[in-house]
Design a binder for this molecule. Structure first.
Ligand code: KIV
Length: 275
């Protein structure tokens, strides 16, 4: 059964924890979906882990639509959420609705995610009015990396913690079906989780959230440019890939690949007739 934004809200009511992973292509989306993960986030983290940018700011609507459409084709059951890239919604409520609509229409996302607190609540309301489910994202919001002065934990002090709690309440009030809490202290994330009726999805926010999300390259140890403390490595896929690539190179060099079983046969008397 295909998960929806409604399934998400029901899971919180039943106390069932939600699992979310990123994916950016058909093959990975299929693997994540077949593993039974509840939702796939086509994150704008694709700018870093897929396209090699130093942050997420250069990601375009065209990038997001292209990757979301590939993921949507691979996700049979998982809810597909597409990130709204930098400057696709901050500019106006009109742009926010238009671009959220493009992610649904052209990318076949089932929901969109956007970063920010009180300043994006009007945008969330308008997108929800257009029947597009919205997931909020507060705490460390990577599109604001320049304003934050780096990728830093948010909400440690009283004023900042209160602001983030207020933002979570406002995002729920605006009509979002879930909210991502990124890099906030565990106790604050737990407080927010108990204070609002929509699911909180944590990344670097501790076990008190209603669900968890990770970037798949982080949890498979495939991306070495940055190693966040919260990203547990569930497998060493990066080193396995490198090892396989190196074995392939060696077998090509020494002629052991391709072997007979990897080749196609023909009647070799035909070869003798060729001139
Ligand atoms: O872009 C992304 O992958 C995200 C997650 C880190 C939550 O927003």
């Amino acid at each position: 059964m295909k998960n929806t934004s409604v399934t998400f809200k029901e899971a919180k009511a039943k106390g069932i924890k939600l699992s979310m992973l990123t994916a950016y292509d058909y093959t990975t989306a299929k693997l994540v979906d077949e593993a039974g993960i509840d939702a796939i986030l086509v994150g704008d983290s694709l700018g870093m882990v897929m396209l090699g940018y130093e942050d997420t700011l250069s990601v375009t609507m065209e990038d997001m639509i292209h990757h979301t459409a590939a993921v949507a084709r691979g996700a049979k059951n998982a809810l597909v959420i597409a990130d709204m890239p930098f400057m696709s919604y901050q500019t106006s409520v009109y742009d926010a609705v238009l671009n959220a609509g493009r992610l649904m229409k052209e990318g076949r996302a089932q929901a969109v995610k956007l970063e920010g607190g009180l300043e994006v609540c009007e945008h969330i309301k308008a997108i929800v009015r257009a029947s597009i489910p919205v997931c909020g994202h507060i705490g460390l919001t990577p599109q604001s990396v320049n304003a934050f002065g780096g990728f830093k934990v948010q909400g440690k002090g009283e004023e900042a913690a209160q602001r983030i709690l207020n933002e979570a309440r406002a995002i729920e009030e605006a009509g979002a079906f879930a909210v991502v809490l990124e890099c906030v202290p565990q106790a604050l994330a737990a407080k927010i989780t108990h204070s609002i009726g929509i699911p909180t999805i944590g990344i670097g926010a501790g076990a008190g959230c209603d669900g968890q999300v990770l970037v798949y390259q982080d949890m498979l140890a495939m991306y070495s440019d940055m190693a966040p403390k919260f990203a547990k490595q569930f497998a060493q896929v990066g080193s396995q890939m490198k090892e396989a690539f190196a074995v392939y190179k060696q077998e090509v060099l020494d002629g052991t690949f391709p072997a007979a079983e990897h080749t196609f046969k023909m009647d070799e008397t035909i070869i003798d007739k060729l001139y």
